[in-house]
Design a protein around this ligand. Structure first.
Ligand code: HEC
Ligand code: HEC
Length: 494
């Protein structure tokens, strides 16, 4: 008591000092509690984790949740339709975030960013008036990633993207912002987000020189070059058209040791997964290895949904097709949809022999292969299996019905078309429809518009879009018509 006697000037100072210290400490604790948290939303179910779980990437590029929510209203005119659905993001009923987006509390706000399933999930309708069902692990046939990237860039550059416009919209949308949020956190977030997107889009500037990818495709390895800050302007022009179809990612454990990615540039499952994580913003410093390991455990054994659950299969015809398939296809693509044995499976067929569009192959350059050895250089995760190849991979065809449109650039709409000589395949067709055509095996590709929604016209004459190749006797294109239908029937069981 003696110590704090107000009558003594010195003890008074001490008291004030102590109170100040306490205050600073309390403010510190408050700010730490408010801004120091770094915690993702987690999911116990592996499929939910795949759809909505974090790989750590939000810490890098994560958009503030509330800004993300109102962005389609702020810049509505830069989207082809209403909301992010119009660039192909999928919203499950009752969810506020699309499939393929995770959320993390960090820097005093919820931040959201993409995860693997944004590119590896899609919807399928068994007939036009059926409800779309979500299929995880297939390529994101509806997602127009280039349109999304361009939207973000245009919106960030627009004069409407200011705290004055954005914050009232957040409040109108139900965002519960307090004073600190309204006057400090979110105004700052608007500026930081603009800088972040500009920085990234500056690197990804090559997209402005490319033809539209359309839905279901992305240029994987030019994006990788952009992240390594390659001087895009000085690269050979042939390297700059690497648009590739989103692949399916089931049964990865059976694909260990196979040369995969479209050009077969890597034969390790772990490296393919980790490399893919860059696409989710998860750089070596920020990646959540445990979360990626859970995805890896899931895609090791995940299987495609059976065609037969939705459509009938003619067993007698399929049995005839099995013989033809074994003779022509099994050596390169595996004995069946579950047995991937075959002398050439998981190996690369040289470009000169397969004859499909060369640009995706050209896009993966020897220099990039070397650079991909550097990101995890000083860790046990270092990539050491990227190789430059000179052709395209003979991949297993598990879930082949959901791999349409076919080939690495998605240039052939149905399996029936793939079994025609290249010059008889459709030179133009529509992509993005999720209605299934069980007869020819592929998605409906002759409908330009459905209830106000316009599908993308894919033109095979555009650079990188050729539907040539995989044509000739050994590829089954000379078979009698009846045998082609039989092979298709057999492959419905994959
Ligand atoms: C931006 C879209 C995108 C994201 C995000 C993405 N991928 Fe992919 N993924 C692709 C594309 C495109 C390919 C094909 C690459 C190529 O060969 O050109 C691919 C290939 C793969 C493959 C190899 C498939 C095969 O058998 O050849 C696996 C496995 C894979 N991704 C897993 C993942 C995982 C796991 C994640 C998350 C950590 C992920 N992907 C995130 C687009 C994406
Ligand atoms: C010499 C090896 C070889 C033979 C034989 C072969 N293919 Fe292929 N197939 C490939 C290669 C390589 C690709 C990838 C080409 C590309 O994407 O550019 C491919 C791609 C495919 C695809 C597209 C896969 C996807 O995910 O888009 C299908 C479907 C397919 N083949 C079916 C068949 C059928 C059916 C037969 C037999 C009638 C057959 N193939 C014979 C090597 C072969």
């Amino acid at each position: 008591m003696e110590l704090f006697k107000p009558s003594s000037p010195c003890s008074c100072c001490k008291l004030i000092l102590l109170i100040l210290l306490l205050l600073v400490l309390l403010i510190g604790i408050y700010f730490y509690a408010r801004f120091g948290t770094d915690r993702p939303v987690t999911y116990t179910d592996p499929v939910e984790h795949f759809k909505y779980g974090s790989t750590g990437g939000e810490r890098n590029l994560g958009f503030p949740y509330w800004i993300w929510r109102v962005l389609p209203d702020v810049c509505a005119d830069y989207l082809p339709g209403k909301g992010f659905q119009s660039v192909g993001l999928i919203y499950e009923p009752g969810k506020d975030l699309p499939v393929g987006m995770s959320k993390r509390r960090q820097m005093g706000m919820d931040r959201v960013f993409f995860n693997c399933s944004v590119c590896h999930s899609a919807t399928v309708r068994v007939k036009p008036d059926a409800a779309p069902m979500l299929v995880v692990g297939m390529g994101a046939n509806q997602l127009d990633f280039m349109a999304f990237e361009k939207f973000m860039y245009q919106c960030m550059a627009d004069r409407r993207f200011t705290p004055n416009q954005v914050i009232p919209r957040i409040q109108a949308a139900g965002g519960d912002l307090d004073l600190l949020d309204r006057y400090v956190v979110y105004p700052l977030a608007v500026h930081l987000m603009r800088d972040g997107v500009f920085g990234l889009m500056g690197r990804l500037r090559f997209i402005h020189q490319q033809p539209a990818w359309g839905p279901g495709r992305v240029d994987t390895f030019n994006s990788a070059k952009a992240l390594f800050n390659f001087p895009i302007e000085r690269l050979p022009k042939d390297e700059l058209f690497g648009a590739a179809d989103f692949p399916t990612i089931w049964n990865q454990s059976k694909k260990q040791g196979m040369q995969l990615h479209w050009d077969g540039n890597n034969d390790r499952v772990e490296e393919r997964n980790l490399n893919a994580a860059f696409g989710t913003g998860a750089t070596p410093r920020l990646i959540d290895h445990a979360a990626v390991a859970r995805i890896q455990a899931w895609d090791a054994t995940a299987t495609p949904p059976a065609f037969e659950r939705y459509f009938p299969v003619d067993k007698a015809l399929a049995a005839q097709g099995a013989t033809v398939y074994q003779e022509y296809c099994a050596n390169c693509h595996g004995a069946s949809g579950t047995d991937f044995s075959g002398a050439q499976v998981g190996k690369v067929t040289p470009l000169a022999q397969i004859g499909t569009d060369p640009y995706r192959l050209y896009s993966f350059s020897p220099v990039l292969a070397v650079n991909l050895g550097t990101p995890y250089a000083d860790t046990p995760y270092r990539f050491s299996h990227f190789r430059k190849t000179w052709g395209y991979a003979n991949a297993p065809l598990d879930g082949v019905w959901l791999r349409a449109p076919y080939l690495h650039n998605g240039s052939v709409p149905t399996l029936w078309d793939l079994l025609q000589p290249a010059d008889q395949r459709p030179p133009k067709f529509y992509r993005g429809d999720d209605v299934y055509d069980p007869r020819r095996m592929g998605f409906v590709s002759d409908v330009a518009e459905e209830r106000g929604k316009h599908y993308f016209e894919y033109d095979t004459r555009v650079t990188g879009n050729s539907n040539a190749g995989h044509s000739g006797r050994i590829y089954g294109t000379d078979l009698p018509e009846a045998e082609k239908w039989a092979v298709i029937e057999y492959m419905k069981g994959f």
